[in-house]
Design a protein. Structure first.
Length: 503
C-alpha cells in the first residue's frame, strides 16, 4: 500500500509530463491510450521475453513516437515503469533488471497455440471475405458462414486522460473514483463484416455506465450475461443462418462459474457436516440481492452433482443412508474417489500447504484433491457465459491473456479516443456521453476492417508457429496483408534472430 502511495505521488509530481495537445493542434496521446499502448506493446513484443525499462524510454524517444505523443523529449523512467506494471508486466531478475512479458508466459502461450489460434484459424476459413466487385462472399466449399463478434469494455475520461490506476493485470477496466471527475465505461461488440453490432433497426447491445449513477461504474457478472443475451437476440434475429462466436477476454467477470459448480478447492478428505457452497440469493429482478451494507446475500447450498462414466454422482450421503449420523453429510474426496473406482490407499488430502505449488509437476494421482481436480467433470466446468451460450445456440471463445493485438476492438477504442480528445471539453455528463457515442459511431467501417485484418494477420503469424516477437515483426512488416505471405530468405534471417527471445 505504501508503495502504491509513493507511485501515486511520483505520478502526481510529473503529471504535467504528458501534454494532451500538440502545439500544432494535432492529435496526440499519452501512454494510457490504447493506440499508443498498442504501438509500445508491439515494439516490446518484438524485443521478446525480456527487455528493460530503458527500451520503452528509447522507443518513446523515436521521431515517430515523439510526434505521436506530442512531446519534444521522451518519457521518464518512472512513467515507463508505471506503464509496464499497469499493463501486466512484472519485474523479473534475469541477469540484470528486466521485465517479463506475461504475453510469453508458459501457460498463456500453451493456451494461445493449442486452443485459441487453431480455433480462430479454423473459423476464419468459414468467414465471408470481401471480393472486389462482388462484395462479401463465402468461399465456394463453405455452406454455413461463421461470424465472430469481439467483445470488450473501455473507459473514457472527461477531463484528465492521464490517470493511472493500479489494477491487477487482467482485472478489466476500473471505474474512475467519483470524486475525481466523470468517466464513462462502454461495453460493446464488433465483427469484421459490419463493425459495431447493430440490427437493421438500430438495435444494439452496447452498455454505457456512468461512475456513481446507481451503478458501480463497471460491469458485474450479471451485467455481462444480460448484455450477452441482448447481443445474441440481435444476431439470431438478423443472421439466423450463420454460426455465431463471441470472443471475450479473460476478466474474472467473464470467466465466473455457477456458485454451485464443481470445485475440489475446499473439499475435506473425510465426511463433513459443514461442506457447502455459498450461492448468491437473487432479488425479484433476478440480480444478486444485497444487504443494508451492500454486501451480497449468500445462502448455503449443496455443490452440484458430479458426472462419472455417464452417471450422476451426488457428493452427499443420501437421506436414508445406513449410518444415521452421516445422512445428508458431504462424503469427502476419498469416498467420492472410491465410488469412482479409485484406490486411495495412502493418499493424503493434499500435498503440502499450497495446492497450486506443492504437488509434483504433471502428476494427477499424488493426493485426493489433485485426483478429483483432474477428473473430466471437474476439468470441464463451463463458465456462466458458456452455459448461457450453449442454451442460446452460440459459442464463446476466450482470448489468451495479454494478447490485445488479437482483439481488434482495442484499436477501435484507441481510434475513438484520439478523436474524442480534440472535441471541446464538456461540462455535463450528458454532453460527455453524446461526444463519446459520436466518436464511436463515426469510426469508418473501412478503418475497423483494417484493424480486423491486422488482428487476423497476427493470428495467422502465430498459427505458422511464430512466437510473439516474431509475429510482431512479421505483422509490422506485412502491414495491409490479410495473411502473412510466403516469407523471403531475408525474412527468415530476421525471424531466426528472434527465435529464442520469445518462447
Ligand atoms: Zn498432490
Amino acid at each position: 500500500m505504501r508503495r502504491i502511495k509513493l507511485w501515486a505521488r511520483q505520478f502526481i509530481a510529473d503529471a504535467t509530463e504528458l501534454p494532451l495537445y500538440q502545439h500544432g493542434g494535432g492529435v496526440c496521446g499519452s501512454l494510457d491510450d490504447e493506440d499508443v499502448g498498442n504501438e509500445i506493446r508491439l515494439e516490446l513484443q518484438q524485443l521478446g521475453k525480456f527487455f528493460t525499462v530503458e527500451d520503452i524510454v528509447r522507443f518513446c524517444g523515436t521521431t515517430e513516437m515523439l510526434e505521436r505523443l506530442g512531446r519534444t523529449k521522451t518519457v521518464s523512467l518512472s512513467t515507463a515503469h508505471r506503464w509496464l506494471l499497469k499493463n501486466g508486466w512484472r519485474w523479473a531478475r534475469h541477469g540484470r533488471a528486466q521485465y517479463i512479458d506475461g504475453h510469453e508466459r508458459e501457460d498463456v502461450v500453451k493456451y494461445r497455440d493449442s486452443i485459441y489460434i487453431p480455433k480462430i484459424m479454423e473459423l476464419a476459413q468459414r468467414m465471408r471475405r470481401w471480393i472486389e466487385d462482388v462484395g462479401w462472399a463465402l468461399p465456394p466449399s463453405v455452406h454455413r458462414a461463421v461470424r465472430i463478434w469481439f467483445h470488450d469494455e473501455s473507459t473514457f475520461y472527461a477531463h484528465d486522460r492521464r490517470k493511472v490506476f493500479w489494477a491487477e493485470a487482467g482485472a478489466g477496466a476500473l471505474p474512475e473514483p467519483k470524486s475525481e471527475g466523470p468517466s464513462l465505461m462502454i461495453g460493446d461488440f464488433v465483427a469484421p463484416e459490419v463493425g459495431w453490432l447493430r440490427g437493421p433497426d438500430g438495435e444494439n447491445a452496447r452498455v454505457v455506465f456512468r461512475a456513481g449513477k446507481g451503478r458501480d461504474g463497471y460491469m458485474t457478472n450479471s451485467d455481462i450475461l444480460e448484455q450477452f443475451e441482448r447481443a445474441v437476440a440481435i444476431v439470431r434475429k438478423h443472421w439466423p443462418d450463420e454460426d455465431h462466436y463471441f470472443v471475450y477476454d479473460n476478466a474474472p467477470t467473464h470467466l465466473k462459474r455457477e456458485d454451485s459448480a464443481l470445485s475440489a478447492a475446499n473439499m475435506t478428505k473425510g465426511p463433513s457436516a459443514k461442506f457447502h457452497v455459498a450461492v448468491d440469493v437473487l432479488n425479484e429482478h433476478g440480480r444478486p440481492a444485497v444487504d443494508a451494507d451492500g454486501k451480497k446475500i449468500k445462502s448455503k447450498e449443496r455443490m452440484a452433482n458430479g458426472m462419472h462414466n455417464g452417471q450422476e454422482q451426488s457428493f452427499y450421503f443420501p437421506d436414508d443412508y445406513e449410518i444415521v449420523e452421516l445422512r445428508g453429510w458431504f462424503k469427502g474426496t476419498e469416498r467420492i474417489l472410491q465410488e469412482r473406482g479409485y484406490d486411495t490407499t495412502g493418499k493424503k488430502s493434499q500435498c503440502g500447504k499450497s495446492f497450486h505449488n506443492d504437488c509434483p509437476k504433471d502428476r494427477t494421482d499424488c493426493c485426493c484433491r489433485r485426483m478429483l481436480y483432474s477428473e473430466p467433470d471437474f476439468q470441464q466446468v463451463l463458465s456462466q457465459l458458456e452455459l448461457l451460450a450453449k442454451k442460446l445456440g452460440v459459442s464463446i471463445l476466450y482470448l489468451p491473456k495479454f494478447h490485445c493485438e488479437l482483439n481488434f476492438i482495442e484499436q477501435c477504442w484507441g481510434y475513438a479516443k484520439a478523436r474524442y480528445r480534440v472535441l471541446p471539453p464538456t461540462k455535463s455528463q450528458d454532453d460527455m456521453e453524446k461526444n463519446v457515442l459520436k466518436v464511436l459511431d463515426e469510426i469508418p467501417l473501412e478503418t475497423m476492417q483494417r484493424f480486423a485484418t491486422r488482428s487476423l494477420r497476427f493470428a495467422h503469424a502465430y498459427s505458422t508457429g511464430l512466437n510473439g516477437a516474431q509475429a510482431a515483426w512479421v505483422a509490422k512488416k506485412y502491414r495491409g496483408h490479410r495473411i502473412i505471405p510466403d516469407l523471403t530468405p531475408l525474412d527468415l534471417v530476421e525471424i531466426g534472430k528472434r527465435r529464442d527471445v520469445g518462447k
